[in-house]
Design a protein around this ligand. Structure first.
Ligand code: NDP
Length: 453
């Protein structure tokens, strides 16, 4: 079939996206995630009528199932509190549903549908047999006691347990869900089901966790940047790096940048960012890890401890850097932020967080021609090692750290190379188009094989 004109492809794209908006009113983040993918998939499938005939993208933009439930719990004062829990099982064409749980007041259906949709493509890119899902609650663990978090997690799992399973749906952590929460959730699952199986990933090492899982997302995002730089004959040594966030992904991104000879000068949280022109070395990073994971404090406390650093409100993108690694949350880089980064000489962005750059910001990076690694490729290291945790649990074995780090590195390189294969345009690589197309093909072809399901 000859390729329809670009205008006609644009008409098909608009019709599709208007349909998504109409069926999912008010779900801004979900519209954004689907638009970002469809912008690159429509030109790719323009001369492939089977995907149109079988309505593949339309079906991929509809979750298989959404479960929504009430989560009552009792706070330390004896008040009964009510939260809303969700599990969005998006697509299990290439493996059981897999994706994190997010506990944050901003959680709603739109956010979880965008995350579940993205997860489907990301999991496909890893090359491992995992479908896409996401879940969570509007519960805010910040400021809650351990007992309150435990009660909430137990109540959440009391409903969730009937929808998940080691071959059905395997949740993991995300914002607000770390080692503590996974422990409480797994404990409750085991108690209700009386089965010890790998139904969650990100578990503690004592009960079936995998080495490198905690580090994997941050390490992977930096490996991806290193792969893009090496492809151009450059590397991380001597690069100044701006990182946002100060949670799981951010802290291990800092560690890997340091290993590779770069210098990280910023970290942030929802109250603002710190700027440390001398760089966040191992000693300073140890302080941040203790601050965030043990004392559960704020990043502003960094400046009381380390001379020469300063705290500012807002986001860190005005600080001059060679590389930016956003690791906090969605839409933390808008058009203005992207323009400032480019103006200050930023040559590459690797997204540790999910969808941290909005569509206008992405267009700024693309027209400036800088290296831009979208989250579904750059942060896939976390779920990849979760996939390896599932394999270890099934086989009841535990692999060595060096073996797992090598597997992580190899997976990130394979994802990079898939992006190049599908995104190369002359001398330039469009990593966004490459990631979307490579992730799409595997899921789409599995759906074709299943017929009209
Ligand atoms: P954490 O909860 O460990 O850390 C989140 C960090 O981001 C905190 O510093 C938090 O600050 C900050 N943050 C959260 N929301 C906002 C906001 N609205 N504005 C500004 N800062 C904010 O989460 P993770 O590190 O696990 O996750 C970070 C990102 O990485 C998310 O987008 C997540 O989906 C993505 N991701 C995580 C994976 C993982 O393995 N953990 C895997 C793949 C992607 P504060 O404490 O003030 O809220």
């Amino acid at each position: 079939m000859s390729k329809p004109s670009a205008d006609k492809t644009q008409v098909y794209f608009k019709r599709f996206i208007n349909g998504v908006k109409k069926r999912n009113p008010g779900e801004r983040e979900f519209h954004q995630a689907v638009s970002e993918v469809a912008e690159t998939i429509f030109p790719y499938i323009a001369d492939k009528p089977i995907y149109h005939k079988m309505q593949i993208l339309e079906r991929m933009a509809e979750p298989d199932r959404v479960v929504m439930f009430r989560v009552p719990w009792t706070d330390e004062e004896g008040n009964i509190r009510n939260q809303r829990g969700y599990r969005v099982q998006f697509n299990n064409s290439i493996g059981p549903y897999k994706g994190g749980l997010r506990f944050h007041p901003s959680v709603n259906l739109s956010v979880l549908k965008f995350l579940g949709f993205e997860q489907t493509f990301k999991n496909s890119l890893t090359g491992l047999p995992m479908g896409g899902a996401k879940g969570g609650s509007d519960f805010n663990p910040k400021g809650k006691s351990d007992i309150e978090v435990m009660r909430f997690c137990q109540s959440f799992m009391t409903e969730l347990h009937r929808h998940i399973g080691e071959d059905t749906d395997i949740p993991a952590g995300d914002i607000g869900v770390g080692a503590r929460e996974i422990g409480y959730l797994f404990g409750q699952y085991k108690r209700i089901e009386n089965r010890f199986v790998g139904v969650l990933t990100g578990k503690g090492m004592e009960f079936g966790g995998s080495k490198i899982r905690t580090e994997a997302t941050g390490y992977g995002a930096v490996y991806f940047m290193q792969n893009m730089l090496e492809y151009k004959g450059d590397d991380m040594r001597g690069k100044t790096v701006a990182v946002s966030g100060s949670g799981n992904v951010a802290t291990y991104a800092v560690e890997k940048v340091n290993h590779l000879g770069g210098k990280v000068v910023t970290l942030s949280d929802s109250s603002g960012f710190i700027h440390d022109p001398d760089g966040i070395n191992t000693e300073k990073l140890d302080f941040v890890l203790d601050l965030k994971n043990v004392r559960r404090g704020r990043i502003s406390e960094y400046v009381d401890k380390f001379k020469g650093s300063s705290f500012h409100e807002g986001r860190p993108w005005g600080v001059a850097c060679d590389i930016a690694v956003p690791c906090a949350t969605q839409n933390e880089i808008n058009r203005e932020d992207a323009e400032v980064l480019v103006k200050n000489g930023c040559m590459g962005v690797s997204e540790g967080a999910n969808m941290p750059t909005d569509l206008e910001g992405i267009h700024v990076f693309q027209s400036a021609g800088i290296l831009y690694a979208p989250s579904k490729a750059a942060n896939a290291g976390g779920v990849a090692v979760s996939g390896l945790e599932m394999s270890q649990n099934s086989a009841r074995i535990s692999w060595a750290e060096v073996e797992l780090e090598k597997l992580l590195k190899d997976i990130m390189l394979k994802i990079h190379d898939s992006c190049v294969e599908y995104g190369k345009k002359g001398d330039h690589v469009d990593y966004l188009a490459g990631a979307n197309i490579a992730g799409f093909i595997k899921v789409a072809d599995a759906m074709l094989a299943y017929g009209h399901t």
